[in-house]
Design a protein around this ligand. Structure first.
Ligand code: GDP
Ligand code: IMO
Ligand code: MG
Length: 424
């Protein structure tokens, strides 16, 4: 398949990194199309664990990697990752960074934190990496882009213009420390030295790859329910993780996308605030968290855990046009005698629906209606194919397929790279 999007189908951390790593074996190029260092994608290879925030996961397989125009780039984080991969003996020569991607500046991080503090109980629970303020400046046409580092004079000018406004905000609205032009300019000039060789016309590069018949993976960060337009606004991120934005985020036509693979856990997690109908009440929440090691990659926060929500997943299938699903972390559900799966929501008027509510108040008040599926008591580590799965585990996956009318092409049975069952 020439261009495949890998998209998170829930609230993030579904195991996108692991699925991209698997598919990257047979791909020529891996691209990130949105988000920034709010992402944390984990790949486990034997004893080694990679937690990647800025680079496409394809770097672990040594594949050419593109950071598309739709991404926001924190140079310090990106340089840290480039250095780290080089230390581990990997080449970063084939990393291509879009000149149109926006730079996260120190005031974005400061404003993200200050705004969260100010919101108090209404806080979004962001990763505090400056993501929202950076995308806001992009929309305000006040942003500083990667290509601005190519010319020290322009870079300094843009920093001066931005600071004139940001320092007012920081001092007068947030009562925090201003930034000094000299300090920021010197810091970003030094980042510029390191990053300049990677800056590329990535739209042209990806288009040429597709024209040459190469196979391209478009790696989503965050997920459908965190999407700025389609997620549970305002408890969302500030970009569009949904599959259609993969075209905009790397600069190719939408018709180039051949396949959309959605990644969903066999249950659900959410980090940060916001409504979550199937959040588990009672001790099973902690049990799932412990078994699934559900602690954030970026912030270390405990992830909230819930039972599988097929209403939300059906919505993700719709808004992304998901062709196939990867169902990850099925192993975590082993040893639960029964597994509730949400198939409908009960709304305030008592009506039941299998469609995701369009109005926030309906969603906030939605109560999950569960069907209870039998659990299984065997660990899944010994399974080499889907047919090795315990009957109840296989039936769990088949139930999901039937409810969504989408094929589950991959099933995750462990964190390690090789712990994936294919359907073939
Ligand atoms: P991403 O942000 O979507 O790439 O997901 P994260 O890496 O943030 O979180 C997924 C976590 O689950 C990581 O620690 C993975 O190593 C782990 N993981 C992925 N797939 C599986 C699986 O099938 N089983 C288990 N037990 N762990 C998995
Ligand atoms: P990956 O790519 C899970 C959540 C934050 C917060 C909201 C807004 O690893 O799946 P932001 O910092 O983006 O402004 O925070 O989005 N969030 C994620 N949750 N996985 C992620 O990325 C996330 N990136 C952001 O917790 O609720
Ligand atoms: Mg993650």
């Amino acid at each position: 398949m020439p261009a495949t999007v890998i998209v998170g189908a829930q609230w993030g951390d579904e195991g996108k990194g692991k699925i991209v790593d698997l598919l990257a074996q047979h791909s020529d190029l891996v691209c990130r199309y949105q988000g920034g260092p709010n992402a944390g994608h984990t790949i486990v290879v034997g004893d080694e664990t990679y937690k990647i925030r800025a680079l496409p996961t394809g770097i672990v397989r040594g594949k050419p990697c593109v950071i598309g125009n739709g991404c926001v780039v924190d140079p310090e984080v990106l340089i840290g990752e480039l250095d780290e991969f080089e230390r581990r003996g990997r080449s970063t020569d084939e990393v291509y960074l879009s000149g149109n991607a926006h730079l996260i500046m120190p005031w974005h991080v400061a404003i993200d934190g200050a705004s969260e503090r100010r919101l108090g109980k209404l806080a979004i629970g962001t990763t505090r990496r400056g993501i929202g303020p950076c995308y806001a400046d992009k929309a305000m046409r006040l942003g500083i882009r990667v290509q601005d580092i190519l010319d020290p004079k322009i870079l300094r000018q843009k920093i001066a213009v931005a600071l004139a406004e940001k320092n007012l905000w920081l001092e007068r609205v947030y009562e925090s420390e201003p930034f000094r032009l000299e300090t920021v300019a010197a810091q970003y000039e030094s980042y510029a030295q390191r990053l300049r060789p990677y800056v590329t016309d990535t739209s042209l590069y990806v288009d040429n790859a597709l024209r040459d018949g190469k196979s391209v993976l478009l790696e989503g960060a965050q997920a459908t329910l965190l999407d700025l337009d389609h997620g549970t606004y305002p408890f969302v991120t500030s970009s569009n993780p949904v599959a259609a934005n993969a075209a905009t985020g790397v600069g190719i036509g939408p018709g180039r996308i051949d396949r959309v693979v959605g990644v969903a856990k066999a249950y659900v997690t959410r980090v940060g605030e916001g409504p979550f109908p199937t959040e588990i009440q009672g001790p099973d929440q902690e049990r799932v968290r412990e078994l699934g090691h559900e602690y954030g990659t970026v912030t270390g926060r405990s992830r909230r855990c819930g039972w599988l929500d097929l209403v939300a997943l059906r919505y993700a299938v719709r808004v992304n046009g998901i062709d196939q699903l990867a169902l990850t972390k099925l192993d975590v559900l082993s040893h639960f005698p029964e597994l509730p799966v949400c198939t409908r929501y009960r709304l305030r008027d008592g009506a039941e629906t299998s469609d995701f509510p369009v109005h926030q108040s309906d969603f906030h008040a939605a109560e999950p209606v569960y069907e209870t599926l039998p659990g299984w008591d065997e660990a899944l580590d010994g399974c080499a194919t889907v047919s090795d799965l315990p009957d109840a585990a296989r039936r769990y996956a088949e139930f999901v397929e039937r409810a969504l009318d989408v094929e589950i092409a991959l099933i995750g049975t462990g964190a390690e790279r090789a712990s994936v069952l294919t359907r073939a």
